[in-house]
Design a protein around this ligand. Structure first.
Ligand code: DC
Length: 221
């Protein structure tokens, strides 16, 4: 199977670019952030503090079912049989995902699931540690980034479009803080694999970034 790893910080456009590139290449797109979000939701629903490693680890029993399914080609997440694809997109679920993703037992729990998906499918898998930890033998590894200002600008525009009252400076400082946390955590910190190709999307339109990613993958297959 052909596996492509795309990693990078929040707001670099990873998921949109990966989805479009996968559709164009005829691969499936796997969003691994959704797995961490689902475990975050497990903690929230259980009333457990998502940053408490022991309490979160205790939730990962044999009775728990976290499943990724493709419905009409789109990835959906199922928690104990319930479709939670929308529920994992709330701000609370984002925060919980970030907290549980630093718990070693959670990363171990999701590792096998990610390996199995990559083993069975030609795919583009996006995340933070795909090229470094999950698929160290991926055929092509891309580290997609953009300046904090460019990423904060995209996030700010999205929030304004949703009618939210936010200040650009706050979105930017939030982005810088999250980058720091993600790249300094003890387990699977965000960093490019040694053999990753670094692509900066700062000055690009979405279409330009998609074309650049497809071109990079084709040139390195
Ligand atoms: O990509 P996202 O924002 O949906 O990811 C949600 C959280 O999960 C984010 O805080 C980073 C974490 N994550 C991770 O640690 N490793 C991955 N492979 C994917 C996401």
């Amino acid at each position: 199977m052909i596996n492509i790893a795309i990693d990078g910080p929040a707001g670099a456009g990873k998921s949109t670019i990966s989805r479009k590139a996968a559709a164009s290449l005829g691969y499936i797109y796997i969003d691994t952030g959704a797995l961490y979000r689902t475990v975050g939701l497990v903690a929230l629903r259980a009333g457990v503090e998502p940053s408490d490693p022991q309490a979160v680890a205790a939730l990962l029993t044999d009775d728990l079912s976290v499943e990724l399914r493709f419905v009409q080609g789109e990835q959906r997440m199922f928690l104990n049989g319930e479709d939670v694809s929308a529920a994992i997109r709330t701000p609370e679920a984002s925060l919980a995902a970030s907290a549980v993703s630093a718990v070693p037992a959670v990363r171990a729990y999701l590792f096998d699931l990610q390996k199995k998906l990559a083993h069975e499918n030609n795919c583009i898998m996006d995340g933070r540690d795909i090229g470094t930890v999950v698929l160290p033998d991926a055929k092509v590894k891309i580290f997609l980034t953009a300046s904090p200002e460019a990423r904060a600008r995209r996030r700010y525009d999205e929030l304004i479009e949703k009618g939210m009252d936010v200040k650009f400076e706050d979105v930017l400082s939030d982005m810088i803080r999250r980058d720091y946390n993600d790249s300094h955590r003890a387990i699977a910190p965000l960093k490019p694999a040694q053999d990753a190709i670094l692509l900066d999307t700062s000055g690009n339109t979405l279409e330009q970034s998609v074309a650049l990613v497809i071109e990079t993958i084709r040139a390195n297959l």
